[in-house]
Design a protein around this ligand. Structure first.
Ligand code: PMP
Length: 458
């Protein structure tokens, strides 16, 4: 028995006994055993078996500049040495949080100038909802309570963020989630919601579902519309370019706050610094997370536009909201360094010019694959939707778990390839090379081919 194998087993035993994983079927995990990751460098992660995995997912859509950058390690350590913690509740601030808030205001769409920090994307969405509530209370319209979100959205796992998410398995059977002030509309998922239509016409139709719902509820009862620019956990659902301008127009017409969750799209995923630039969105509130630190430390931001913040600041008195780790010094220092590196090395611009057209072309080679019904992408976020019947678009039954089968096949061959339902997703780090993309797609194809064989399709 080799030593490495022993080591892995020992970790797996401890893991099984004590560690509850997010979004995991622990009974299956106990049988399979966890892969034990120990080191990362660039786009690669190594496990205790010595196997190298190419990370087609940037961790979870966060490790945008890749693993192992010493500058980020140093920024964290220097800040910890100088000031390891600082509360911002009682008349106290610190340079890293102030500088990061200023920097974000400079690089975000105009008018987004007021930054609230927390640790996760879920919390950023919680803050956004609380800001929406506070805004309408102070504006003398407390009856504006309903929040419209979308099917297949993912906004996080806390109660309100899970309610905003359009993923019924998250709700449970008790009926308390989604919270009653949240309602969901159909989304810009053309393969399922507008097959055969001209994409730009479909974008207008999909936006009209928002107006329809606003009119059903009564515009004076609607507080906000929450949406990701493109939906990542929903399976790389990328709207046509006509969608967002129409959404913006509808929100304006009914004076509804437009709240844009850029937790995944922010920091270059679409080939622009923010998805709002890519799609031409002017949000009233924006949430950021993940790529803000390239995943080196947990940090998220909820940014309020002048319109929202001015009322909160001038009329609101104390806003009874905040977290111990709001503006944590090391997290903010790492975010600043991460943004500095991204700017200095032109990481977003390079991804847009050098990588994205290549990534899209590679994805499109899967059109016609016997398992693939739809191929879609925006920037470095791509999805290959597996279907049972490519003509009728019939999906595999949920119990078949074909997506999980495919991600298992990919992992065996050294690629992290995610199943969002039956859509196989890729979101590689923005610093990946074309050669590394070749490897990603080579393994992705092998995994899909093996899955086709296992399911009797070939
Ligand atoms: N919003 C979006 C769009 C996300 O994809 C996620 C996480 N995948 C979240 C919010 C929640 O972020 P976190 O897991 O950091 O709470």
């Amino acid at each position: 028995m080799n030593y490495r194998h022993m080591e892995t087993q020992a970790w797996q035993v401890l893991d099984r006994a004590h560690y509850l994983h997010p979004f995991t079927d622990h009974a299956s995990l106990r049988q399979a055993g966890s892969r034990v990751a120990v080191r990362g460098e660039g786009v690669y992660v190594w496990d205790t078996e010595g196997d190298r995995i190419i990370d087609g997912l940037s961790g979870l859509g966060c490790v945008n500049i890749g693993y192992g950058r010493p500058e980020l390690v140093k920024a964290a350590a220097d800040q910890m040495q100088a000031l390891s913690f600082c509360q911002s509740f009682f008349n106290t601030t610190h340079p890293s949080a102030v500088l990061l808030a200023e920097k974000l205001s400079q690089i975000l769409p105009e008018g987004l100038n007021h930054v609230f920090f927390q640790s996760s994307g879920s919390e950023a969405n919680e803050t956004a909802v609380r800001a929406v509530r506070r805004y309408w209370d102070l504006a003398g319209k407390p009856e504006r309570r309903v929040i419209i979100a979308r099917e297949a959205a993912y906004h996080g796992s806390t109660h309100m963020a899970a309610s905003l998410s359009g993923i019924p398995p998250m709700y449970g059977a008790g009926g308390d989630i989604p919270l009653p002030s949240v309602t969901h509309i159909k989304t810009a998922y053309q393969y399922r919601n507008g097959p055969g239509m001209d994409p730009e016409e479909f974008g207008i139709l999909a936006a009209s579902w928002l107006e329809e719902r606003i009119l059903e509820i009564g515009p004076d009862k609607v507080a906000a519309f929450f949406a990701e620019p493109a939906q990542s956990a929903g399976g790389a659902l990328c709207p046509p370019m006509s969608y967002w301008p129409e959404i913006q127009r509808i929100c304006k017409k009914y004076d509804i706050l437009l709240v844009v969750d850029e937790v995944v799209c922010g920091f270059g995923r679409t080939g622009k610094w923010f998805g709002s630039f890519y799609y031409g969105i002017q949000p009233d509130i924006m949430q950021l997370g993940k790529g803000i630190t390239s995943g080196y430390l947990p940090l998220s931001a909820c940014i309020l536009s002048d319109r929202v913040a001015d009322l909160l600041i001038e009329e609101g008195g104390e806003w009874a909201h905040g977290f111990t780790y709001s503006g944590h010094p090391s997290c903010c220092a790492v975010a600043l360094e991460n943004i500095r590196i991204m700017e200095e090395e032109n990481i977003v611009e390079n991804a847009e010019k050098e990588l994205i057209p290549y990534f899209r072309a590679k994805l499109e080679t899967f059109v016609g694959h016997p398992l693939i019904g739809d191929v879609r992408s925006v920037g470095l976020m791509g999805g290959l939707e597996i279907v049972k019947n490519r003509v009728t678009r019939e999906a595999y039954p949920y119990e078949a778990k074909i997506g999980y089968h495919c991600s298992g096949e990919a992992l065996k061959r050294g690629l992290a390839f995610r199943a969002n339902g039956d859509t196989m997703s890729l979101m590689p780090p923005l610093i990946i090379t074309r050669q590394e993309l070749d490897t990603v797609f080579e393994i992705a194809r092998e995994a899909l081919d093996a899955t086709a064989v296992a399911f009797g399709v070939a």
